[in-house]
Ligand binder design. Sequence first.
Ligand SMILES: C[S@@+](CC[C@H](N)C(=O)[O-])C[C@H]1O[C@@H](n2cnc3c(N)ncnc32)[C@H](O)[C@@H]1O
Length: 267
Amino acid sequence: MFKKVLLLLCLLRRDRKEFVNRIVQYFEPKTDHYPDSAAEYKIVHWEKALAGLQDFVRPDIERILQEDALKSIEKEIEYRSTDLLSRDRPFELTMNADILLAKTCYLACRLLKPRTVLETGVAYGCNTSFILQALEKNGIGKLISIDLPPLGNQADKFVGFYVPETLKSRWHLHRGNSRSLLPEILSRSVKPSLFIHDSLHTYRNMKFEFGTVVGKLNLPAMIISDDIERNPAFFEVVGETNPTFHAYVKSEKKPGLFGVCFYAKTD
Ligand SMILES: C[S@@+](CC[C@H](N)C(=O)[O-])C[C@H]1O[C@@H](n2cnc3c(N)ncnc32)[C@H](O)[C@@H]1O
């Protein structure tokens, strides 16, 4: 805690705007209000979600999940996490995405073959690496990531630490708050076929991110979101946008749920 206060004070001298941003961000979860949702939602295991999705997509999901490219990026991240990240890393590994979420990001990229993927929240870059690996396998597409690094010593240098150098040519990382960067990026005629939310999981922020992106999707498209159980934002997106397919999926190695929406191309 003391270290964080010190880092904040340094920030106040260096960058007043970011300082204010971080203070606002600190209080946002404490002042986050959302409607009590009485809606019932069915949680499924990953395999069940994939079986449901398979009805709407042509490529064979099972075959994609057997790809060497997927196995090798999983191994690479395991290696970077256990052998390369030192004990005095600037932020916790608990920030990492669940492996099933990362694999879902890979799968979504292989199914959609998107020209543009947009994600918020990078940290060490677990999802980022799986996405970039899939884009490389596709031979097409770029990933635009937005991340306001966690407060920590040299934290900026560790954002995307897992991402292999060979995959970085398709990666465009924007440093800052999604609240200001998302509209700016989308105003440049960016139309993502895949959007992944994994930044600040408040109702206010999730509503803002989904609301900003939904109308800009290039169909067929998907929205994937981590930690959807924290508030009703993702469930409301499902209710409001009527996706062709959706699932609320149990994470494997950490508590919580992630959500998947698929929107087929309309004629
Ligand atoms: C849960 S971690 C992301 C994990 C990552 N997706 C992965 O695959 O391992 C959340 C990240 O979002 C960043 N973040 C938090 N609030 C943000 C905001 N308002 N805008 C952009 N990034 C934010 C955090 O600093 C952190 O790097």
